[in-house]
Design a protein around this ligand. Structure first.
Ligand code: HXC
Length: 526
């Protein structure tokens, strides 16, 4: 039915209503056109979609309900009174992703460069507040020149209002940031406080100060891409969780990613039925561990082989590769996986890997997602770079995160679990619920050779004696049975039975109840 042709028997036979509806349609058309066809063409010419096209791809078809399409800025300086575009540079509202409600804001670069005005910020805050009330995730599509320069401090206030809500929503509903264009200055701190950041390669960047300021202050010459592009943040800094080729791929991946997450902190993890049997045996795992304990192997092979349908959603795959984090499903339910990677730095824990895994463990704990930990760790990384960089404090983050987590925690030690790193990696002592070991597990203070060279220092130089003592130490400690005799592990299992044992443990733990003592909040070492 054409709305405009509707005749309502009210005031001049409906003429008044008809005029209002016409005005409404005009405004809606203007809102949809944003900064105009020319700017839309420029956006497309750069390989980028518009704010609305992005929402259409992200949400289930036809599910988007837009709010505040008629909001305009209130700025009168610098000729702005005459430049008003309905919606003011951000499209906001809610819709569904695979049938589940999500709230969304999408900055429109064609309107004042997507810059954030007071009104623009109010729109974002409105959907964030509503998302918290109904317990639904918030997805922000960022493409903005930052603070609306014409508005000055009012815009800064708007940013701070968004920051405040990011913090209040943290741990209440999942927050996902997708960076699809510029994101610079203080504006980076809103995404930084959300749970996950996705970036688009070659068309998005994030930095606190741009290349020009960098050149003036530090005399470094660097491009925007090198300073804060998707590759930089997904490899070096770890700011970004995943980077994809273009807008379309990124948004489709976000749609898939959100399926792993509960809608809020009161929900259990989502369930997706699977034909993959919980008791499936994986015989090839019996030969995963090389005979030589110093030979690496790929821990990802284990993760893929035990997970439902051999699917694993890895986060930060290019950053701190000595630890692996991500989501999988076991018997249909989402789990967070944390695993040492013996292929990189022998799986040592260092500053970056501790921070990477620590934050992930805290996300899982906040959102009731069980944590499955695979351990093969020779210890913390030694050296001045690590000590000067504060490995003590940063390593403590992962320890702290595991120790405070009350969600179901299942640990499988495949090989080395040495020293403090044994304690840290979801050990029994940190309230691990089910701690299993493969027969190849070596649970000890340190590796045999290092141990012998300390306790038999006087024998150093006598190769035969050292070799003999090393072998004795290996026989005594490089196995899972001493830890088993103390109950530090619950069972020694055949590698091929790992999936079955983990699925059973998770089923047993589904109704787990555990609370930490009351406090205002903890004081995790930052
Ligand atoms: C108002 C802005 C704007 C802004 C861009 N525009 N940024 N308008 N406030 N911050 C407008 C431009 O005037 C232009 O309008 C249109 O958006 C597109 O911008 P272009 O420069 O033509 O686009 P491009 O060449 O792609 O460059 C994009 C850009 C550049 C790199 C983002 O626009 C830029 O450097 N903008 C300023 C960035 C900045 O310094 N922001 C403030 C940062 S401080 P027309 O009408 O010509 O199309 C900050 C503090 C946050 O954000 C603090 C939080 C605590």
């Amino acid at each position: 039915m054409n709305l405009i042709s509707v005749q309502i028997p009210w005031r001049d036979g409906g003429l008044y209503m008809q005029q209002i509806i016409e005005q409404l349609e005009e405004k809606r058309k203007a809102a949809i056109l944003g900064g105009g066809q020319h700017r839309i063409d420029i956006q497309h010419g750069r390989g980028k979609l518009t704010a609305r096209e992005r929402i259409d791809l992200l949400l289930d078809e036809g599910s988007f309900e837009e709010w505040d399409a008629f909001v305009e800025h209130r700025c009168t300086d610098f000729g702005m009174a005459d430049k008003k575009i309905p919606g003011d540079g951000v499209v906001t509202g809610y819709g569904t992703v695979n049938g589940r409600v999500v709230f969304v804001f999408s900055q429109d670069f064609t309107v004042f460069g997507g810059s954030l005005s007071e009104a623009h910020a109010e729109k974002i805050c409105k959907v964030m507040n509503q998302a918290m009330k109904v317990g639904a995730p918030i997805i922000g599509l960022n493409d903005s020149g930052g603070a609306r320069i014409q508005e000055g401090v009012a815009s800064l206030g708007g940013y701070a209002d968004v920051f405040q809500l990011n913090v209040l929503a943290s741990g209440v509903v999942p927050q996902i940031s997708v960076i699809m264009g510029p994101c610079a200055g203080g504006a980076v701190y809103s995404p930084a406080m959300t749970d996950f950041i996705f970036m688009v390669k070659d068309s998005s960047y994030m930095f606190v100060t741009g290349p020009d300021v960098v050149k003036t202050v530090t005399h470094e010459e660097v491009t925007a891409e090198e300073l804060g592009g998707a590759m930089t943040h997904s490899t070096v800094s770890g700011v970004c969780d995943r980077a994809y080729e273009n807008d379309v791929e990124t948004l489709l991946m976000v749609r898939r990613f959100i399926n792993y997450l509960p809608a809020n902190n009161r929900e259990k993890p989502p369930y997706r039925p699977t034909p993959d049997r919980a008791n499936r045996m994986e015989m090839s795992l019996d030969t995963l561990i090389p005979d030589n304990p110093n030979m690496p192997y790929d821990m990802k092979e284990l993760i893929y082989k035990v997970a439902d349908d051999n699917e694993f959603w890895e986060l930060q795959p290019e950053h701190a590769q000595n630890i692996i984090i991500g989501f999988a499903r076991m018997d249909g339910y989402s789990v967070g996986v944390v695993a040492n990677q013996p292929k990189v730095l022998a799986g040592c824990l260092d500053i970056k890997s501790s921070i990477k895994a620590g934050r992930f463990v805290r996300f899982c704990d906040a959102f009731n997602i069980p944590i499955l930990t695979f351990v093969d760790v020779p210890g913390f990384m030694p050296g001045t770079a690590q000590e000067y960089g504060g490995i003590i404090k940063h390593g403590a983050k992962l320890l702290f995160a595991y120790a405070e987590a009350t969600v179901p925690k299942i640990t499988v030690i495949t090989r080395k679990a040495y020293g403090g790193a044994y304690d840290v990696m979801s050990s029994k002592h940190l309230r691990g619920d089910v701690n299993l070991a493969w027969p190849s597990a070596e649970i000890a203070v340190m590796g045999p050779k290092g141990a012998v060279e300390i306790i038999f220092r006087s024998d150093i130089g006598d190769e035969v004696k050292i070799a003999d003592r090393t072998e004795q130490y290996r026989l005594k400690f490089a196995n899972p049975f001493i830890a088993g005799s103390r109950g530090y592990i619950d069972d020694v299992i055949a590698p091929h039975a790992t999936r079955k044992r983990v699925c059973r443990s998770l089923a047993m733990l589904r109704e787990k109840q555990l609370d930490n003592p009351w406090r205002k909040h903890d004081n995790i070492p930052l």
